[in-house]
Design a protein. Structure first.
Length: 582
């Protein structure tokens, strides 16, 4: 798709999205949105603008205009990308659910991930899957507030480092599959039930509250469903509320319990993404959120390090990074820890692709091609050496036998022994971070940890592990990059009904011809073939009302809308809210 300046969406996105995150992006293909899609957008936005403008955070209304979000039509994400620049943000279209680590990294980079899809007319009140209404209309406007914008970016930096368990990763995939089935609407009841059972089975296996879960809860009850201000008279800032016709209008009613924001209570409160929220948390201001996030961050593995943090990485069974006190960062799937009698980790091992970095930059010659089969290294200090090995200068290194082309034996206090010929010493920021050995053997008592015939032994240097976090230290070089973006296949809508929506839209945009006559022609087809479509009837009624056309058609439309209200509670709510604005 080309925007008005002739620049492809991919070109715009590639300017801002790190290449290793680009695999989650997709072309927007604006021309694939149907007239029904635009009508759904327009209905939700008119509702939100009119019903929430006085109860939403003050940045909401101004932010809508500043971020190139129109009430009448689905936004062009490329234009949003440019319009958000003054706030220090950009926007990129993504392909549905993405892993939490990646989602938060987008936000840490100041990039708002916007889902291509838009909710179906059947799910107009609430959708369990992310969609463009939620992302563009919910998240983007409030970013105009500098304090809130800073909080979201900072929380992204924290969230992207949160470690999850393997069971949670499995649960994420199950939830993604289930919510997609619910949103697409063409799955059988049996398929939905099987998917729901899979979610329940995966959830039952989650037995601990991980960092990722806590981050998810914090994000849910703040960025997604947060209220701000006085407890008895708060305003809405959460994107889930600002983008939901159902929950947004109901958020401040007595039906929803209001709870003063408290970090401990927030992180101990779970949620169900498929149902409206029974309670909401009210913060005093955005500074309270930032302070709470920083407080929680001090408890996370990326700030604590140590054995406990390494154990969390092992339980994640996914890519993680361990940072030594020397500054060396080891990225890979940390699969095994060797511990001493006190239970402290003294040697770590990774499986498969591993890379070494410092200051979040991969070290030349130490990428996944070099360490494709994993990596192992000791943690600790040498016997009889008062300083950590990483702090020794050249003369001090020689005094303990560490010099190029010399065979040396390094004996660690924890019992690990490294014996071999040193071929390289790598320093960074005044510290020794890596020693390379040939003809090297590494042992712990009777246990062989590395054998000479395995090749070069690159030994990470560091007396302790000071940080452990999810993902890679240098994602740009660690992850396999796929520059080819996904192109979602446009949904096949009911062709005739979509054509009727399109004709009504053209009448509204162009305001030419005989309004009553043109709408009468459309009405006859609508009445004959689409007896339960309430939204197009509402749009036609709106047009006649705006032009003071007191016609027989207007009366018929109102009568049919009132009849459709009797179909179910949802129709009643939607139609009444639509009529109230008109």
């Amino acid at each position: 798709m080309l925007n008005e300046m002739g620049m492809s969406m991919k070109t715009i996105q590639s300017k801002t999205v790190p290449k290793h995150l680009r695999k989650y992006t997709a072309e927007q293909h604006y021309e694939h949105y149907s007239a029904i899609n635009h009508a759904v957008w327009r209905y939700v936005m008119r509702q939100n603008h009119n019903l929430l403008k006085n109860i939403a955070h003050e940045a909401y209304t101004d932010g809508l205009k500043a971020s190139s979000i129109s009430i009448d039509q689905i936004p062009n994400v490329g234009e949003m990308n440019e319009s958000l620049a003054p706030f220090g943000w950009g926007a990129a279209t993504i392909d549905g659910f993405i892993p939490g680590v990646s989602f938060f990294e987008f936000q840490a980079q100041g990039i708002l991930p916007v889902v291509n899809e838009i909710r179906k007319l059947d799910n107009i009140l609430y959708t369990p899957a992310p969609d463009i209404i939620h992302e563009a209309a919910g998240h983007a406007p409030i970013l105009a507030d500098p304090e809130y914008s800073f909080f979201v970016k900072r929380f992204g930096e924290i969230g992207m480092k949160a470690l999850a368990t393997k069971e949670e990763h499995d649960h994420f995939e199950a939830v993604r599959a289930y919510s997609n089935l619910l949103e697409k609407g063409d799955a059988t009841e049996e398929e939905i039930e099987v998917a729901k059972q899979k979610v329940d089975e995966c959830e039952a296996k989650i037995t601990e509250l991980s960092e990722a879960q806590i981050v998810g809860r914090f994000y849910w009850w703040t960025v997604e469903f947060g209220l701000i201000g006085e407890l008895n008279n708060p305003k809405i800032y959460g994107a889930g509320l600002l983008s939901s016709v159902g929950e947004g209008a109901n958020a401040l009613s007595d039906e929803v319990e209001k709870i003063p924001f408290d970090m401990e209570e927030v992180i101990n409160t779970g949620f169900d993404i498929t149902k409206p929220q029974p309670h909401l948390f009210v913060c005093k201001d955005f500074k309270q959120l930032l302070d709470a996030a920083e407080q929680f961050a001090t408890t996370m593995s990326f700030m604590k390090g140590g054995t406990e943090s390494l154990e969390k990485a092992v339980r994640s069974a996914n890519t993680a990074t361990a940072e030594y006190s020397s500054g060396l960062q080891v990225t890979g799937v940390i699969s095994e820890l060797l511990k001493d009698e006190q239970g402290e980790a003294i040697y770590l091992k990774t499986n498969g692709n591993t890379a070494l970095a410092v200051n979040n930059q991969q070290i030349s010659g130490h990428g996944t091609d070099t360490h494709a089969d994993g990596f192992g290294a000791p943690i600790g200090n040498l016997i009889g050496v008062s300083q950590p090995l990483e702090d020794l200068n050249e003369e001090e290194l020689k005094s303990v036998g560490v010099s190029i082309n010399k065979h040396t034996d390094l004996n660690f206090e924890n019992g690990i022994q490294v014996s071999g010929q040193i071929t390289n010493i790598v320093r960074e920021n005044g510290k020794v971070i890596l020693l390379s050995f040939e003809n090297c053997s590494v042992t712990y008592g009777e246990t062989l940890l590395f054998s000479p015939e395995w090749g070069t032994f690159d030994m990470a240097v560091g007396s302790e592990i000071v940080s452990v976090f999810a993902g890679a230290a240098d994602g740009e070089n660690y992850y396999t990059v796929d520059d080819e973006q996904k192109t979602p296949i446009p949904e096949q809508t009911q062709i005739e009904l979509n054509e009727l929506y399109s004709r009504v839209r053209n009448i509204r945009d162009n305001e030419s011809g005989n309004l009553a006559s043109d709408l009468n022609t459309i009405y006859e087809q609508l009445k004959e073939n689409h007896k339960k479509d309430w939204l197009l009837r509402l749009e036609m009624f709106e047009l006649l009302s705006e032009h003071d056309e007191e016609t027989t058609l207007k009366k018929k439309l109102l009568e049919e809308l009132n009849e459709l209200k009797k179909e179910n509670k949802e129709y009643e709510t939607l139609i009444e809210r639509g009529l109230s604005i008109i």
